[in-house]
Design a protein around this ligand. Structure first.
Ligand SMILES: NC(=O)c1ccc[n+]([C@@H]2O[C@H](COP(=O)([O-])OP(=O)(O)OC[C@H]3O[C@@H](n4cnc5c(N)ncnc54)[C@H](OP(=O)(O)O)[C@@H]3O)[C@@H](O)[C@H]2O)c1
Length: 280
């Protein structure tokens, strides 16, 4: 299966499709799904200690026939571990859960929210300095953030290393144009999380009609749309059929007219979480 690739600002190359792991259990089913994904050609796996399944993901990687050097593992700093002095230890805990000695990409999971923290900017900056320390010591090959909006990103632009990736919720009806443009202008690659709106995109009539034109499923249309917008989608899959379908998106091109229609769709489903309003 041919998979396109993107280059980060530090020249690290990532595949243009990944596998999400949120809501996967810490069990043999997850080990099986991850191993199968690797066999099918997935190379980017999105993890987090908050998903409480990194032991199983680590076992799948260890048992897989694919060499570790060909796999790109992302994990994330929990909100309870913000602060320069915490970042290194938090990363060590993740590495121990995954049974790995480095991460390919490490992200700050959420910015400190304006709602809960008067000094949100200072907290984010201190945490980012910890991420830079970690990057410099080589324990992580690339660093970035997640759920950061332009105002969160702007306060990190003064540092010698700026985020290489911003992972945000991105699917039809939720395009986050301001964030997308800011990231493009600053060479920050955007990863699209919940690219299927956690499954909610799949029943949309307009998307069903467009996908029929290309003889592709709605899932494939959403993933290709995310990819043609310059993002890397990281869909979760719960079975072989979904795994196979979601990686088979590089043999068709959505026309400019259809891209415009999908780009301009109004919000109709999603997590509804705003980074400055969440309670965690
Ligand atoms: N950084 C963050 O704050 C953040 C937040 C949320 C998610 N994420 C990451 O993004 C990943 C993906 O997002 P998500 O898990 O919210 O959901 P998603 O990828 O938008 O949707 C996944 C669900 O859609 C269904 N599905 C997948 N492929 C399908 C196909 N080809 N045909 C039909 N149905 C299909 C499956 O539902 P069924 O299981 O019902 O079959 C699957 O569980 C997460 O797993 C996680 O790694 C990050």
């Amino acid at each position: 299966m041919k998979i396109n690739q993107s280059k980060l600002s530090n020249q690290i190359i990532l595949p243009d499709i990944g596998l999400g792991t949120w809501n996967m259990a810490d069990d043999n089913t997850t080990i099986k799904i991850i191993k199968e994904a690797l066999e099918l050609g997935y190379r980017l796996i999105d993890c987090s200690p908050s998903y409480q399944n990194q032991n199983s993901i680590g076992r799948a990687i260890a048992e897989s026939s694919i060499n570790r050097s060909q796999i790109y593992i992302t994990s994330k700093l929990r909100n309870s571990e913000r602060g320069r002095e915490n970042v290194n230890l938090a990363c060590d805990r993740i590495l121990s859960e995954l049974n790995l000695d480095y991460l390919d990409l490490y992200l700050i999971h959420w910015p400190a929210s304006k709602k809960d923290y008067k000094n949100w900017e200072e907290i984010n900056q201190e945490t980012w300095l910890g991420m830079i320390d970690l990057y410099k010591c080589g324990k992580v090959k690339a660093i970035g953030v997640s759920n950061f909006m332009p105002h969160h990103l702007k306060s990190l632009m003064k540092y010698e290393v700026i985020p290489m990736v911003n992972q945000i919720e991105f699917h039809p009806g939720q395009m986050e144009n301001d964030t997308l443009i800011f990231c493009r202008e600053n060479e920050i690659l955007v990863e699209a999380y919940s690219p299927l709106g956690n499954g909610a995109m799949l029943q949309n009539d307009e998307l069903i009609q467009i996908s029929n034109k290309y003889k592709k499923s709605v899932a494939q249309l959403c993933l290709r749309w995310a990819q043609q917008n310059g993002t890397i989608p990281i869909p979760r899959a719960s079975n072989s059929k979904q795994l196979k379908e979601n990686i088979d998106i590089f043999d068709f091109q959505i026309s400019n007219d259809d891209m415009k229609i999908i780009n301009e769709m109004n919000y109709f489903a999603g997590s509804g979480q705003h980074p400055d309003k969440v309670d965690f």
